[in-house]
Design a protein around this ligand. Sequence first.
Ligand code: ATP
Ligand code: NAG
Ligand code: NAG
Length: 464
Amino acid sequence: MSSIKSPFCVVLFLALLITSLMVFLKIWYCGLQECAHATELLSGHRSLLHELRERRQEISNLRKAADHQYFVRKPDLEKGTKRNGDIRSSSMDEVGCEELKNVQVVDFLGSGYTKTVLKALLPQGVPVALKSVNSQGTDMRKCLEDYKDPFSCQELVSFKLRKEVILLQRFQHTNIVKLRGHCQDNALVGGVTVVLEQGIPLQMIQLLQSPWEERFRVCYGLVRLLQYLSSSPLGSVALLDFQPRQFVLVSGELKLTDLDDASMEEPACRSDADCAVRFPLRNFSVPCSSRGVCEGLNEKRNLYNAYRYFFTYLLPHQAPPTLMPLVNQIMNSTGELRHGVNEILDSFEKIFHLYKSGRHLENLPPSIIRGYAVLKGVGSEGNTDLRCWPSYDQQGCALSVHDAAEAAHICNSHPQCTSFSLSDRKTWTGRVIASFRSGFARLRPDVNSVVYVRKARMSGAPPL
Ligand SMILES: Nc1ncnc2c1ncn2[C@@H]1O[C@H](COP(=O)(O)OP(=O)(O)OP(=O)(O)O)[C@@H](O)[C@H]1O
Ligand SMILES: *[C@@H]1O[C@H](CO)[C@@H](O)[C@H](O)[C@H]1NC(C)=O
Ligand SMILES: *[C@@H]1O[C@H](CO)[C@@H](O)[C@H](O)[C@H]1NC(C)=O
């Protein structure tokens, strides 16, 4: 009987055996010094795997939330049956891996923490922007430092591009960059290329020097975008990283291009204190709803960012004096977040219609034009020492006007102005571009132009 050990002893013995075996293995495996490093790598790898799992989950949730329509039809398979020479309509997401083999990269457009953007020409010569993972970017560098696993890091960083594709497929708006296609190389998990309509990176400095009409256009486009995002197909969207560099201009129209920091959920809350957003100069909050979400916080956050990054710089400066009260109202209600995006959009629309129709000029006397001799079918050229700023032309003084009367009013207020001409060039609101001159060397035939010569100053004009 004494030879039979109690079960307790067996367990103890086994436990000891396993522990010493593990210690032995660990010493043997890592060597005494490298052990700490190896376990660190091991735990680092675990958190990398954890993060990859989370991103995969996020992408799959996003897909579920997005309409299934797109994913039911397999665009890449369909594309294989299409042939060159197809007339590519403006419809979305048509350029695939096959087409991308034949593009010609012609320029570098920009890069950020996550992505590199190149300009390329499709076989038909259409310019597009190609986004891919920036292997020198901060995201990639940090991942490599933490995990030292290039393959998994490529996959991790590329989730941001995949998120962007899903969002661009769902969001369709004039002020969001158009998705022209994408390619996900299955052999290389992180090999995602996104094909977008090409724009020009937003240069705030340049925009500050452009006419009010163009600056107003950018702000108006931004508000239309924010209204769309406040009730988008995926709910109320906040742009967490809201900066001018997330936007581009396409023919003067503002377009959002960076969507990887978009949040599709209003923050969850237990009390009102959880629903605060902090900015350097202001704090804002909304009440915590009975559902436990900060309802409307995303919209408020976007609006205040629009105010602090765009409106303060672009909107009031050189606005037409009669529109100033409305502009100030917008500045005030966004700066204090007194109104929602719908009311702000209403105010923008009011300004737009007044400006486009010329009703903001109502008190100009029509007789003002009688001080000018009208020469139809001619243009003037040469010798234009009149300069104004900001001008639509690099040289000379080209401003937008509603009609000849507004141009005459402008010319009258500049002592050196002796004439102006109206061309068939129009701005985005439909206003006419007028060129103002202090004299001209010659007149030339031009059916699309009319020259107005200031009568009191006609002595300086050449004989006809
Ligand atoms: N469609 C486009 N046309 C022209 N330039 C573009 C386009 N899309 C992006 N860019 C330029 O490339 C830059 C980087 O793009 P994007 O913002 O998507 O990358 P990111 O790594 O997420 O940047 P960030 O670190 O600023 O968040 C942009 O700041 C912009 O200047
Ligand atoms: C915003 O709130 C924080 C924290 O409550 C506070 O420290 C800060 O002073 C507030 N800022 C302003 C501008 O009110
Ligand atoms: C808005 O207007 C009020 C008074 O009408 C003023 O006190 C406040 O400073 C203004 N705020 C902004 C941001 O212009």
